[in-house]
Design a protein around this ligand. Sequence first.
Ligand code: ZN
Length: 197
Amino acid sequence: MKRHDKERKKEVNKELIEKAVTMLLEGIGEDPNREGLKETPERIARMFEEICGGMGRTAEEHLSKVFDCENNEMVLEKDIQFYSMCEHHMVPFYGKVHIAYIPDGKVVGLSKLGRTVEVYARRLQLQEQMTAQIADDIMKYLKPKGVIVVCEAEHMCMTMRGVKKPGTKTVSMVTRGCFNDDEALKNTFFRMLEVGK
Ligand code: ZN
């Protein structure tokens, strides 16, 4: 992918989505003109504009506003709720992201970590990839000593179809910087996740 493609905010083509949804309805044997379905293509086009609103974006705008901070102890933002769409089946996967980092003299506003998750959740996605993209953007823009991102999610492609195993959680973890080979630091992170539970 070329650099300018990556950075451009992608606009969804609502007209094309409406056509495709009409064809999908016909394909499954529905009548797209019946009362209940008449506005469905338009509704779905608007919905995709929202749930794919992170496409072509990075978290630069959220993570570039940093504050000086003398405390270089771990900062943890946990239980950040997200909804995303599995790129293999185009059905939702959703759950929580936990992010901790060790500042290197700089911190970001706490809401910015949640916004970073939104950027990467709002597109067709793979959980493992999303976990890494969040960690990489935090390293790139906030430049902490290290970051750990853990994502736990339920995938509807596993619960409503296929193997049909409701309640199954997929957990992914990505570490960067000082978290990579510091077991004690990782253990502190996991103990902090338990606080208040
Ligand atoms: Zn899937």
